[in-house]
Design a protein around this ligand. Structure first.
Ligand SMILES: NC(=O)c1ccc[n+]([C@@H]2O[C@H](COP(=O)([O-])OP(=O)(O)OC[C@H]3O[C@@H](n4cnc5c(N)ncnc54)[C@H](O)[C@@H]3O)[C@@H](O)[C@H]2O)c1
Length: 314
C-alpha cells in the first residue's frame, strides 16, 4: 500500500508501533507529537517527526497542508486519568480542542481520521459486561469525559464533511515500549517492579478486572478501521483481575515478591470487559494474542528494554 499517513502521538507507546506497521506497508509517515509523554527514540527512522503541540492550531493546519495525508490516525492525547483529575482544563484543551484542530486539518486534506478513544474509562461501573458500544457512557474521570466529547466531534465532522471517520474504543493496551513509570499500564509497571526486585502496590486489593489487549492487535484494528465510519470496541472480551496478572508475571519471570495491597484510586473502575462483536462483524478483526502469550512477549521485550543502554524509560 502507498500513500501518506499522519500519526499524531506517534512517539507514544501505541503510536510508535502503529508507525512501524504503516512503514512496513510502504506508506510515508509523518508523526505529530509534542514529546510530552512520547520519546523521539521510539519513532522509526523512516518516519518524519514534527514536534508540535496539537493545541497549536496554526502549526497543526500547516503540518497537514504540507504532508497532504490520505489517512490520519489521531492518538495524541492527554492520556493520564490522574492528570485529568488534577488539571481537567489542560485535559480538555488537548483531548477536545486538539482533536478539533486535527479534524479540521484532516477535512482540509480530505483524509479520514481514526480516533483512539477509551473503552476502559468511558462506560462506568453500572455498565453490563461485556459492554457493547451502544451503552451510554458514564465516565468517572475528566479523561473519559474529554474522550467522549472528542468522539462527538469526530462523528459530527464525519457527517458534515462526508469523510468516514472511525472511533476505536480501546481496552487496556499492553505490550513492549509501554512505560513502567506512568500511573497506568499495569503490565509495564509490574514488569519494572519485578526487574528491580521491588514489591508493587496492587490497587483494589487485586480484585478489579480489565480487558487487556496486546498492542499489535490494536495496531491491526486501527489500520482496519481507517476509511470506515463507526465506533468499535477494540479489546479481547476477556476479563482478567490484577491479582491474576501479577501471579502470571511472577510465574513467567520466576521472581517471588509479596505485593502491597491498597484501595482503589479515585476515578478507577471496578470491572471492565468490552463486547467486541461489532468490530468482528464490521472490520473482520479480532484479537489474536491471548493474555498469557501477550504477557510473555511483553515481559521479555521490556526486560531487554530495561537492560538496553540508556533504555530506562523516562
Ligand atoms: N494505553 C492504553 O491502554 C489506552 C487505552 C485506551 C485509549 N488509549 C488512547 O490511545 C492513545 C495512545 O495512548 P498511549 O498509551 O500510546 O499513550 P502515550 O502517552 O504513550 O502516547 C500519547 C502520545 O501523545 C503525545 N501527546 C500528548 N499530548 C500531546 C499534545 N498536546 N500534542 C502532541 N502530542 C501530544 C505524547 O507525547 C505521547 O507520545 C491515546 O489517545 C490514549 O488516550 C490508550
Amino acid at each position: 500500500m502507498s500513500g501518506t499517513a499522519i500519526v499524531t502521538g506517534g512517539a507514544g507507546f501505541i503510536g510508535s508501533h502503529l508507525v512501524d506497521a504503516l512503514l512496513a506497508e510502504g506508506r510515508q509517515v509523518s508523526v505529530i507529537d509534542d514529546l510530552s509523554a512520547g520519546r523521539e527514540s521510539r519513532v522509526a527512522e523512516g518516519a518524519r517527526l514534527l514536534k508540535i503541540d496539537i493545541v497549536d492550531r496554526e502549526a497543526v493546519l500547516a503540518a497537514f497542508a504540507e504532508a497532504r495525508p490520505d489517512a490520519v490516525f489521531h492518538l495524541a492525547a492527554q492520556a493520564s486519568v490522574t492528570a485529568s483529575v488534577k488539571d481537567p482544563l489542560r485535559d480538555l484543551q488537548v483531548n477536545v480542542a486538539g482533536t478539533l484542530n486535527v479534524l479540521d486539518a484532516a477535512v482540509a486534506a480530505g483524509a479520514p481520521v481514526v480516533f483512539t478513544s477509551t473503552g476502559g474509562a468511558l462506560y462506568g461501573d453500572a455498565a453490563p459486561l461485556p459492554t457493547p458500544e451502544s451503552w451510554l457512557p458514564a465516565p468517572l474521570a475528566p479523561y473519559g469525559a474529554s474522550k467522549w466529547a472528542g468522539e462527538a466531534y469526530v462523528n459530527t465532522w464525519s457527517l458534515s464533511s462526508g469523510i468516514p471517520n472511525a472511533i476505536c474504543r480501546l481496552g487496556n493496551v499492553y505490550g513492549p515500549r509501554q512505560s513502567p513509570h506512568g500511573e497506568a499500564g499495569v503490565v509495564a509497571i509490574f514488569s519494572g517492579c519485578i526487574h528491580e526486585g521491588r514489591a508493587p502496590k496492587i490497587f483494589g486489593h487485586g480484585r478489579p478486572t480489565r480487558d487487556y489487549v496486546y498492542v499489535q492487535d490494536v495496531v491491526r484494528a486501527l489500520i482496519a478501521s481507517s476509511g470506515r465510519r463507526g465506533t468499535y470496541n477494540i479489546a479481547t472480551s476477556v476479563e482478567t483481575d490484577v491479582a491474576t496478572l501479577w501471579s502470571e508475571l511472577t510465574r513467567i519471570s520466576g521472581v517471588e515478591l509479596e505485593p502491597e495491597l491498597a484501595d482503589l484510586r479515585a476515578g478507577e473502575l471496578q470491572k471492565s470487559r468490552l463486547d467486541t462483536g461489532f468490530a468482528e462483524r464490521e472490520l473482520g478483526w479480532r484479537a489474536e494474542v491471548d493474555i498469557r502469550e501477550g504477557l510473555r512477549r511483553t515481559y521479555e521485550a521490556l526486560v531487554k528494554e530495561f537492560q538496553g543502554a540508556g533504555a530506562q524509560p523516562a
